[in-house]
Design a protein around this ligand. Structure first.
Ligand code: SOE
Length: 396
């Protein structure tokens, strides 16, 4: 079937900032590069600031703009609602979209609380009976080197997993004059570095190992307790404005954990790792080998095969840019490399294919709930002086 004859699916996106634009780019390129079974139509984008939403609509090719997300959900030409708003709105929007019979893609973390995530996972489960699909946007799973790592682990290439080492390091809050954005307010973001970036590495390690994080012992810290209420950020420097407000989330979280298969894990999520911009560092050691990854060199996966003769064994630096590698064949000739934004296209394509084939996409809202429980366990443990805190597991 040529792409002209493909059935279409109307996308309605709520939110237009960083994530809204990353997702817009993903939907556009899903059409152009991957020829999915369902062709996404960029029907409507919504945001309270109509002028800003219109600007994004013009730049990315959204046909219509709404300033009330309820109007977007009510439209007949919207089949899928993509939620790219701060966490405090996810539950309300997702529940309304599912009730209206729309497929849902929701940015991570799924919600701000476990209670909200339970309601969302329940609603998603009920909607499945009517063929309505939901997915949570843990996009980094779709970085080719990470999907390749998952495939190697799934194929038994590193054996039984003993150690999981995961860090997500950023530095954009190093300056104490950096303003108090919504990400620093618990009522809007749920938690700080923990939910924003720690959630990613919890998801990635569970995805790659195929196991669940079963319990944690954690410490968290808020290094800068008060910040200017508003102001612009320029790299690591911020312009100061009048008035200060309290930071109500963590700046950093460090925790140890145990996976369901017995592996011991260490996690670190921080926005204070001066000089580290978006360093997602993963190393997994198994009985038969290891894999290692750093997002700051995102086209590379390091792989150690313990079955090689001792005289030849060593970490192999695999350039994950061959057409045989996950997703890569959709893009450029071998060796040309991909970037941050490509994973958003892979996410869109995987969701479209799942909807077309009538199967559940991953990660599901139930997976999002499991991560929400892990985040809550980290906070509970940190509040009690790092006491060991088990995590309620999801039935496999
Ligand atoms: C901000 O810390 C942020 O944009 C996260 O929210 C994203 O999920 C991550 O991709 C990059 O950093």
């Amino acid at each position: 079937m040529s792409s002209h004859d493909r059935p279409t699916i109307g996308i309605g996106m709520i939110g237009y900032s960083f994530m809204g634009q990353a997702h817009s780019h993903g939907w556009r390129n899903a059409r152009s590069f991957f020829d999915p079974a369902l062709m996404p139509e960029l029907v409507v984008i919504s945001g309270r600031d109509g002028a800003a939403a219109s600007d994004v609509a013009r730049r990315f090719g959204w046909r219509h703009v709404e300033t009330d997300w309820r109007e977007l959900i009510a439209r007949d030409d919207v089949d899928l609602v993509d939620i790219c708003t701060p966490g405090d709105t996810h539950a309300e929007i997702a529940l309304a979209a599912l009730a209206a019979g729309k497929h849902v893609l929701c940015e991570k973390p799924l919600a701000n609380t476990v209670e909200e995530a339970i309601a969302m996972a329940d609603a998603a489960n009920r909607a499945r009976a009517d063929g309505i699909r939901s997915m949570v946007g843990f996009t980094y799973r779709r970085v080719p080197a990470i999907t390749h790592a998952r495939n190697l682990v799934r194929d038994g290439r590193i054996g039984e997993i003993r150690h999981v080492r995961a860090q997500y390091l950023q530095d954009w809050l190093t300056d104490p004059e950096s303003p108090l954005t919504w990400r620093l307010r618990k009522d809007r973001a749920g938690s700080g570095a923990l939910g924003d970036i720690g959630a990613h590495v919890i998801d990635l390690t569970q995805f790659i190992t195929g196991e669940q994080l079963a319990g944690v012992s954690a410490i968290t810290e808020t290094f800068v307790k008060e910040r200017p209420l508003s102001g612009a950020v320029h790299g690591l420097r911020a312009e100061v404005s009048e008035g200060r407000g309290q930071v109500t989330v963590d700046d950093a979280a460090v925790f140890v954990g145990r996976f369901t298969g017995g592996a011991l894990a260490t996690f670190e999520a921080t926005r204070f790792a001066t000089g580290r911009k978006n360093a997602i560092r993963l190393e997994i050691n198994g009985s038969g080998g290891s894999i290692a990854f750093d997002f700051e060199d995102m086209n590379v996966l390091s792989f150690f095969d313990a079955s090689a003769p001792a005289t030849e064994a060593g970490f192999t630096r695999i350039l994950v840019t061959e057409p045989e590698h996950p997703y890569v064949g959709g893009w450029w000739p071998a060796g040309h490399g991909l970037g941050y934004e490509h994973a958003f296209t892979h996410q869109a394509v995987d969701l479209l294919e799942a909807i077309a084939e009538g199967r559940d996409p991953e990660p599901s809202f139930a997976d999002g709930l499991a991560i929400q429980r892990a985040l809550a366990a980290v906070e509970t443990s940190a509040a009690s002086g790092a006491a060991w805190t088990p995590i309620e597991l999801v039935a496999a």
